[in-house]
Design a protein around this ligand. Structure first.
Ligand SMILES: NC(=O)c1ccc[n+]([C@@H]2O[C@H](COP(=O)([O-])OP(=O)(O)OC[C@H]3O[C@@H](n4cnc5c(N)ncnc54)[C@H](O)[C@@H]3O)[C@@H](O)[C@H]2O)c1
Ligand SMILES: N[C@H](C(=O)O)[C@H](O)COP(=O)(O)O
Length: 345
């Protein structure tokens, strides 16, 4: 017998839709019966959300029934206005995540599921991080980590897995940031994750090109010709059991995943290595905004998150879709069970 997964779920930016999608997701007893959940944040925020929404939104969990770890803050919760993020909401969401990480590293939780934060309000509160991913890696001192998006098609059951080689940097800095060393690090992580978390031992992985038509032999950009083509050959030698394809022209790269998502999985790859944020996330969010899960790989604990942001524009309307949050909770449960099984068998 394995113990039930115990998840720490952070409220994210308390002025965003995090509290709403959490209350909606936790109303689903098929999910909550599978795990223990401790919310990390403020009960008052959840109570306000419940009071504002219970007459207009579909079923919501009742805050009094939830297990909540109250986070102490210098900033006052009453400075938080739903729909308007600010320094107080930035400070609160940072403190929630810090607490979740500290407690998880201390062995209290198996996994962290994070609701969305606004990077701009973290920065306003004095926390200059590109996102939650970097704080999650920094606290345990991890330098080798990656941002992977996972989504299962409701049409075909095929799973789209997209790892981003670079994440929250300006587009103009992408070519400089991309190096053979960085791609090797991300590829190694991806291969390890495919085996550990998905049981795929000899994966088929596609690597995107950077330039239109992968540079058209240097005419439309030179990174592919200068080093990417050679890098792919070297990695294929390093991992002879792997099918590594690329650099594939970044527009047509997504045709096969699209077919696999909507029709059948013929010839689709097990995972895609996208070179920058929007190259990977436009297809993910186009196909799967309602169900993709953002997971940080390479950490000493499990971390999942919905794929959407704080959506300040719809706070208080009761219309936030909780499907991606439910998928993030479900995936954290599955990963935890798998790892508990591995350590106990
Ligand atoms: N994991 C995270 O913490 C995370 C992820 C993405 C964006 N963000 C942050 O969120 C903030 C807003 O970013 P954005 O506007 O680019 O993206 P967003 O995902 O917040 O919103 C994009 C659009 O999708 C809608 N939307 C988002 N989630 C929805 C849901 N669950 N149900 C229904 N509609 C939904 C919004 O109303 C908006 O129209 C930024 O500060 C960004 O950094 C955080
Ligand atoms: N890039 C992700 C997305 O667009 O969904 C998100 O911003 C990730 O942020 P975290 O590092 O905070 O998980």
């Amino acid at each position: 017998m394995y113990s039930k997964p115990h998840l720490a779920v952070t409220l994210g930016d308390p002025a965003g839709i995090g509290p709403e999608v959490i209350l909606k997701a936790l109303a689903d007893q098929s999910l909550t019966s599978e795990c223990h959940i401790t919310l990390i944040g403020h009960r008052k925020i959840l109570q306000q959300t419940y009071e504002n929404l219970h007459s207009i939104a579909s079923s919501l969990a009742i805050p009094d029934d939830l297990n909540i770890l109250e986070v102490e803050l210098n900033e006052n919760c009453h400075k938080i206005t739903p729909g308007i993020g600010n320094i107080a909401s930035g400070a609160a969401s940072f403190a929630y995540l810090e607490t979740a990480i500290t407690q998880t590293l201390a062995g209290k939780f198996h996994a962290i599921v994070t609701a969305p934060i606004a990077k701009t309000h973290w920065k306003a509160a004095g926390h200059d991080y590109p996102g939650q991913t970097e704080l999650l890696a920094e606290k345990p001192g991890i330098q080798r980590f990656g941002m992977l998006f996972v989504a299962k098609s409701p049409h075909t059951n095929w799973t789209l897995r997209t790892l981003l080689a670079t994440t929250h940097i300006p587009l103009s800095e992408v070519p400089k940031a991309l190096t053979p060393e960085l791609l090797s690090l991300k590829l190694d992580l991806l291969i390890e994750c495919l085996e550990q978390d998905f049981g795929i031992k000899n994966p088929k992985i596609a690597v995107a090109g950077l330039n239109p038509h992968s540079g058209e032999n240097g005419q439309l950009g030179t990174e592919e010709k200068d080093w990417m083509i050679d890098w792919i050959k070297q990695q294929s030698d390093r991992y002879p059991q792997l099918q590594l394809d690329g650099p594939i022209p970044p527009d047509t790269l997504w045709v096969k995943p699209g077919q696999a998502w909507y029709n059948s999985a013929t010839n689709a790859h097990d995972a895609y290595l996208a070179l920058y944020h929007d190259q990977g996330l436009i297809p993910v969010k186009l196909m799967a905004f309602d169900r993709a899960v953002n997971t940080t790989i390479g950490l000493p604990f499990i971390r999942t998150s919905p794929d959407h942001g704080t959506a300040f524009d719809i706070v208080g309307k009761g219309i936030a879709d909780a499907s991606s949050m439910k998928a993030a909770l479900q995936f954290a449960i599955e990963l935890t069970r798998q790892r508990l099984h591995e350590t106990q068998s």
